[in-house]
Design a protein around this ligand. Structure first.
Ligand SMILES: Nc1nc2c(ncn2[C@@H]2O[C@H](COP(=O)(O)OP(=O)(O)OP(=O)(O)O)[C@@H](O)[C@H]2O)c(=O)[nH]1
Ligand SMILES: [Mg+2]
Length: 380
């Protein structure tokens, strides 16, 4: 009698897994294949696993275009000061790697906007620490970190004084994703700005490109440039219709939703994202998302049926026409450490869960091509 053996396939691409030919399809390290524990884990071929890591670090972000590359090259050549504006709500560490590579060599001041969406009980230092960790992780040591919101009495004069000293008479390039709040900041700054130079404020094509950039003269020989926002290609915002974008954008302070999930439970965020507890003990989670996103706990086994049903009935909002079958989602699994620390798993642009890591296995389903990110908790 022959021996029977289960033929293993990659959970993502379906290639038959093998550990003999590293250059060929379906290659996986031998020990992973040998130690496979049926029902407890899924296996990915090396190629898909690398791809997964890419997703988790946001490297799927569309490459920056030639014009932006040229502008950033100029910034590097002139040793400019970078102000990197990030939206604290949607930000989950997916800093565009192409941009990171360029501005790593420069002094970077980070401004986290949308502070007003977080409870006043959360300290600025908590948010600052989170930003510092995410930037440091990708090799940027911020020269300064500031968090601010819409309604804050932002002391623009004080802020400008700080950047004026830091820039050491060099230009400032203000960069950040679409909608991160760059123009809002510039407008605040302009309220206090007096032009004593021979130049005017202009929005025109940056030299040698067809990209519109606002330039504000600081002295006769130095400027602030506001670059157009980088694409939201890896954000759920970039995957859904306008009406859905409105629902997933927080307008009021973000509420904390408390849930306890056990093995076999899933939490649905409208029809846009699902967090499933695949294995592990009962876990208390906090969930953060915009007020327009409705939440429901269901059995993971019912998720596929629920997607179909919710598309028809629209009982849990938001529902996107573009994300209507399981094929429109990516599906990844995190095996958490057992460090007893608060960790977050975020779906960029949609929301995040926060919980104490105790070796759980959490699966996340989210619109295809969006980024997910696991990190130490933002609000720990
Ligand atoms: N609640 C809140 N909303 C903000 C904040 N900053 C900006 N916004 C809002 O976010 C949206 C985008 O802000 P902008 O300042 O235009 O963003 P931007 O970075 O210039 O965007 P692009 O130029 O498209 O890259 C606007 O609706 C702003 O009102 C903030 O701190 N809190
Ligand atoms: Mg703008």
């Amino acid at each position: 009698m022959g021996k029977i053996r289960r033929v293993m396939r990659c959970y993502n691409c379906g290639a038959v897994l093998q550990s003999s030919k590293s250059k060929e399809k379906g290659y996986i390290q031998k020990d992973l294949l040998d130690n496979y524990n049926d029902g407890q884990q899924v296996l990915y071929c090396q190629k898909c696993f690398d791809f997964m890591k890419v997703i988790n670090t946001g490297a799927l972000e569309q490459n920056i275009d030639k014009a932006t590359t040229k502008i950033l090259d100029d910034a590097v050549a002139t040793d400019a000061y970078i102000i990197w504006v990030v939206d604290l709500f949607t930000f989950n560490g997916t800093l565009n790697p192409d941009v990171v590579k360029k501005v790593k060599k420069l002094q970077v001041g980070v401004i986290g906007t949308h502070r007003d969406l977080f409870s006043n009980l959360i300290k600025d230092e908590t948010l600052e620490r989170f930003l510092r960790e995410r930037f440091t992780e990708c090799g940027i040591k911020p020269e300064s970190i500031t968090v601010l919101g819409n309604e804050d009495d932002v002391d623009v004069k004080e802020l400008m004084k700080k950047y004026n000293a830091a820039r050491k008479a060099h230009d400032i390039y203000m960069i950040g994703s679409l909608n991160s709040g760059k123009t809002s900041l510039i407008n605040k700054f302009l309220k206090h700005y007096i032009n004593k130079t021979k130049w005017q404020i202009k929005t025109e094509n940056y030299r040698g490109t067809n990209v519109k950039v606002m330039s504000i003269p600081l002295t006769n020989s130095s400027f602030v440039y506001e670059l157009p926002g980088f694409s939201l290609a890896t954000s759920v915002m970039g995957k859904v219709e306008k009406e859905v974008q409105k629902l997933i954008t927080p307008r009021r302070k973000i509420e904390t939703h408390y849930r306890t999930i056990t093995k076999g439970d899933a939490i649905a965020l409208g029809s846009l994202g699902y967090f499933e507890m695949y294995s592990g003990r009962a876990t208390a989670i906090k969930l953060y998302c915009a007020e327009g996103v409705e939440i429901k706990k269901l059995s993971s086994a019912k998720v596929d049926d629920f997607i179909e049903e919710n598309n028809r009935k629209r009982s849990l909002r938001p529902v996107s026409e573009r994300i209507s079958s399981f094929r429109d989602y990516d599906f990844f699994e995190y095996t958490m450490e057992n460090d007893g620390q608060v960790h977050d798993i975020a779906i960029e642009g949609l929301g995040w869960i926060s919980f104490v890591a105790k070796g759980q296995v959490i699966r996340v389903m989210f619109p295809k091509g969006a980024a997910i990110k696991e990190s130490l908790g933002k609000l720990r």
